[in-house]
Design a binder for this molecule. Structure first.
Ligand code: PMT
Length: 396
C-alpha cells in the first residue's frame, strides 16, 4: 500500500489539457493519506475549474499572488513552508521555462521559488515542444537543482501527434510521489523518540505542564519510518494520530517517561529527546481537589529526573540527540545544554515560535559544528534533521 500519511502536497496545476487528470490525482493522493492544497495558474482554470479542485481537496484553491482574502487565510510564503512536496502537474513548457529563470510572477512560480520542500514536475506538452533544445536545456537546469522530473509518458497526444509529452497517469504520479519520501537511509536503525509535554499532578483535577503539542516529535517519528528506521515513540498527552508503523507508548508524567525510555533502550541506535519534560513536580499530590479558601497558596516542587542525561550516561549509549527551546541566547544556551547533558547533537530553537506551531527554525549543534537548517514546516525540517543524524551515524 502506497503511503503518503501526513504528507502535505501542494499540487500546482498549469494550463494544459492534462489538467483534467488532476481531479483523479487529488483523489488518489488524499486516499494515500496526504493533505492536498491546490494552486492553479489562470490558464489552468480554462481546463478544470477551481470549484472542482476545491471540492476534491476540501480546501480553497489558490489562484492569485495578490489576493488579500487568500493571503489572510494562508499566504503564499506560508503555503510554500507548509508543503512537504510541491508537485506541478501538468507542467507546461512555458511554466518550466519560467521557473528555470527563477521568475516569481504568479502564485505557482513564487511558491516554487520560496519553498524548501521537495519539488516534482510532471511535464505535459506537444512532442515537438518537449524535444526542443530550449525545453531540454531548461529541464537539465532543473535536474541539476535537484528537482524531480516525473515523465513525460509517450503515446498519442491531444493534438494528434504521437511521441513523448503526455502527462504521466495519476497512479504513476502517486507512486513516484510516495517514493520520494522513502529514502532508506536509516534502514535497520532503531530509534526511540520522546515527544509532547509531561503532566505533573497537583491534585485530581490540576497539573503542571507546558504548551508542547507533540508535532515535532511525531513528524520526526513519521519521517524516520519513511527513511527505513524502526521507531518507538514515547509520548506525553497530545492530540495527534500515531504515524503509520510507529510503536507508540503513552505516558503522562516525567517519571513514567523515564521508565518507558529505559525499557525501550535495548538495541536502540538513536535516542531523540523532543519532549518538553516538566522540570519539576509537586512533592505531594493532594488526593482531594484543593479548595481555594486561602488568598495565596504555595506548592513545594521537586526536580524531575533528567531523562536524556541518564540515557547519555549509559554504558552502551545510543547516539543521543536533544532539543532546546530557548527564549533568549538560543545558540549559546543550546551549546551549554549539549555539553552539560553529554549529547551528541542538539537542535536549538526559539521557544516563543516553536511550541504548537506547524513550522520551526532550528540550529543544529554538535561539539564541533553549528548548522542553521532551512526554516520550514516540521515535516520538512524533520527530514533535514534526520539527514544530519544519518550522516553523523555514518561517520562513527
Ligand atoms: O511539541 P511541539 O509543539 O512540536 O514543540 C516542539 C518543542 C518546542 C517541544 C521542541 O522543539 C523542543 O524544543 N523540545 C525541548 C524543549 C526544552 O526546551 O526542553 P529542555 O530545555 O527542558 O530540555 C533539553 C533537553 O533535555 C530536551 O531534549 C528534553 O527532552 C530533555 N529533558 C529535559 C528535562 C528532563 N527532565 N528530561 C529530559 O530528557
Amino acid at each position: 500500500m502506497l503511503s503518503l500519511t501526513n504528507k502535505r502536497i501542494l499540487l500546482g496545476i498549469t494550463g494544459g489539457i492534462a489538467a483534467y487528470k488532476c481531479a483523479e490525482l487529488t483523489r488518489l493522493l488524499i486516499k494515500a493519506g496526504a493533505e492536498v492544497r491546490v494552486g492553479m495558474t489562470r490558464a489552468a482554470t480554462e481546463f478544470i475549474t477551481p470549484l472542482t479542485m476545491q471540492a476534491l481537496s476540501g480546501q480553497r484553491v489558490h489562484l492569485d499572488l495578490l489576493d488579500s482574502d487568500a493571503e489572510a487565510a494562508m499566504g503564499h510564503i506560508e503555503l510554500a513552508r507548509w508543503a512537504d512536496l510541491v508537485l506541478i502537474a501538468p507542467a507546461t513548457a512555458d511554466f518550466i521555462a519560467r521557473i528555470t529563470l527563477g521568475q516569481a510572477d504568479d502564485i505557482l512560480s513564487t511558491m516554487v521559488l520560496a519553498t524548501s520542500a521537495k519539488i516534482a514536475i510532471a511535464p505535459a506538452m506537444n512532442q515537438a515542444m518537449w524535444a526542443d533544445d530550449s525545453t531540454m536545456t531548461n529541464l537539465n537546469v532543473l535536474i541539476d537543482r535537484g528537482y524531480n522530473i516525473f515523465g513525460p509518458a509517450e503515446g498519442e497526444q491531444a493534438c494528434g501527434d504521437v511521441g513523448p509529452g503526455r502527462m504521466m497517469e495519476p497512479a504513476q504520479l502517486l507512486e513516484l510521489s510516495a517514493s520520494l519520501f522513502e529514502t532508506g537511509e536509516l534502514a535497520g536503525k532503531n530509534f526511540v523518540i520522546t515527544g509532547g509535554p509531561t503532566q505533573e499532578a497537583i491534585d485530581p483535577v490540576r497539573f503542571i505542564s507546558n504548551h508542547s503539542s507533540g508535532k515535532m516529535a511525531y513528524a520526526l517519528a513519521a519521517e524516520a519510518v519513511a527513511a527505513g528506521a524502526k521507531v518507538t515513540l514515547i509520548s506525553g498527552p497530545v492530540n495527534l494520530p500515531t504515524p503509520e508503523s510507529v510503536k507508540r507508548i503513552d505516558v503522562i508524567t516525567a517519571a513514567q517517561m523515564l521508565v518507558a525510555t529505559h525499557e525501550a533502550m535495548k538495541g536502540c541506535d538513536v535516542f531523540i529527546g523532543v519532549a518538553a519534560v516538566a522540570d519539576y513536580r509537586p512533592v505531594e499530590v493532594a488526593t482531594q481537589k484543593i479548595k481555594k479558601s486561602e488568598e495565596q497558596m504555595q506548592l513545594t516542587l521537586v526536580k524531575n529526573p533528567d531523562i536524556i542525561s541518564e540515557i547519555a550516561q549509559l554504558e552502551e549509549k545510543p547516539f543521543v540527540v536533544g532539543f532546546a527551546a530557548e527564549t533568549n541566547d538560543i545558540v549559546s544556551n543550546g551549546k551549554d545544554k549539549l555539553k552539560r547533558k553529554g549529547l551528541d547533537m542538539l537542535f536549538a530553537n526559539n521557544a516563543t515560535e516553536t511550541f504548537n506551531s506547524d513550522s520551526i527554525v532550528v540550529t543544529a549543534l554538535t561539539e564541533t559544528s553549528e548548522t542553521e537548517l532551512k526554516p520550514g514546516n516540521k515535516n520538512v525540517v524533520a527530514r533535514n534533521m534526520l539527514q544530519l543524524i544519518a550522516a553523523a551515524l555514518n561517520e562513527r
